[in-house]
Design a protein around this ligand. Structure first.
Ligand code: GAL
Length: 374
């Protein structure tokens, strides 16, 4: 017994010394890494593994938003101080590779597969010099969180499968996009909502642009992506090893024109924060909730409040991190794009607050992670 008291005293002293002071996040300000260089990990996401955070994102250059380097990785113990881990997935010098240098490689996300022990990366891929026409997803894998990752290939997901929430009548309809000389008419909208683009892409696979990954409590993983010419989001189930799609998928908000999906789960309910489709220009965020990941999804008002709420504080969402070990602590990550100097794009990280069980995002010039997530 004699030894216990000093041990407890020492332990609590260590705990209090170790207890971090303010961990200040300054949305929109340059974010220097361990070498004093602004973090270059845009459109990114965070993996928490073995008490370390890994931030993956797009490397952007001075003039070009295209991928001339690849997916970068930074690590941190506290979400504020980031060490540059280098390039996790380099683009290829092989001109025949899907990820040849100069392709468009956006919004990489990494998840860990507990069964296989592998780290799995998905990203939006556009082939070299094809603009945004390819609309593919790329998949890469590694034994270590920071990489290097091995590129496995790219595809348009779910070829030959119907969404679980598309009726037989919708599957069998014959109207095609070519039947409409103009978009956005009432008839075109109805046909789009009824899955005209899903039908068009049934055989070759569904278009897959802005995306995120989500691992549910039961270990099942999902790929959520802007499909159907960015008109409709899809949520697609991944195989047990996370390296492919099972073919089970659902359409979310048909014709809703959503991009930049970011998802989290709270009290058994799924929340999806997205943006509209205005390229690098910011727009108002959208919020959807569902009791099942397969839907139905219900739209709610813009979760942002205050000045610039209609522009998501001049940014576009990319990921929502549930802060490990904290209840109800979710961190919203967004990008303030600067297409004339892509490398300079800023990170807008804000704590999510809840009002009537719905997320609210509010601007802070600066905030303390320890204060926000006690
Ligand atoms: C945005 C999209 C970005 C990038 C950009 C290109 O809407 O979210 O990831 O693709 O368009 O214009």
């Amino acid at each position: 017994m004699k030894f216990i008291t000093p041990i407890i005293a020492l332990a609590s002293l260590v705990a209090s010394c170790g207890s971090p002071g303010p961990l200040v996040v300054r949305p929109g300000e340059p974010w220097p890494d361990d070498q004093g260089v602004h973090v270059n990990a845009h459109g990114g996401g965070i993996l928490h593994h073995d008490n370390t955070y890994y931030w993956f994102g797009e490397h952007k250059g001075e003039r070009s938003s295209a991928a001339w380097v690849g997916v970068t990785c930074y690590s941190s113990k506290n979400l504020v101080d980031w060490t540059n881990e280098g390039v996790a997935l380099p683009v290829s010098t092989d001109t025949l590779s899907d990820i040849r240098a100069g392709c468009v490689l956006e919004r990489p996300k990494v998840i860990h597969n507990k069964k296989t022990g592998k780290f799995v990366m998905y990203f939006h891929l556009e082939l070299f010099r094809q603009g945004y026409a390819a609309a593919r997803v790329g998949i890469a894998v590694s034994d270590r969180p920071a990489g290097p990752y091995t590129f496995l290939g790219s595809c348009r997901p779910c070829a030959g499968y119907w969404p679980v929430n598309m009726t037989e009548e919708q599957q069998k309809a014959t109207v095609t996009p070519a039947d409409f000389p103009n978009w956005w008419t009432d008839e075109w909208r109805q046909a789009t909502n009824d899955g005209m683009f899903t039908r068009r892409d049934f055989a070759g696979g569904q278009m897959s642009r802005d995306m995120t990954l989500y691992v549910d409590d039961d270990g099942k993983a999902y790929h959520i992506y802007a499909s159907e010419e960015n008109l409709t989001l899809h949520v697609a189930e991944l195989a047990d090893d996370y390296l492919s799609h099972t073919g089970k998928y659902a359409r979310i908000a048909p014709g809703g024109h959503n991009e930049a999906p970011a998802i989290f789960k709270r009290k058994g309910r799924y929340f999806l924060i997205t943006s509209g489709c205005t390229g690098w220009e910011p727009n108002a965020a959208r919020l959807y909730t569902a009791e099942s990941i397969w839907g139905p999804w219900t739209e709610h008002p813009n979760p942002c409040v205050g000045e610039d709420a209609r522009l998501t504080f001049r940014s576009q969402g990319t990921f929502i991190l549930p802060v490990p070990g904290k209840r109800d602590a979710f961190l919203f990550m967004a990008d303030r794009w600067t297409p004339r100097l892509p490398i300079n794009a800023r990170y807008i990280w804000l704590p999510i607050r809840f009002e009537n069980d719905l997320p609210v995002l509010q601007w802070h010039d600066q905030w303390d992670l320890n204060e926000a997530f006690r």
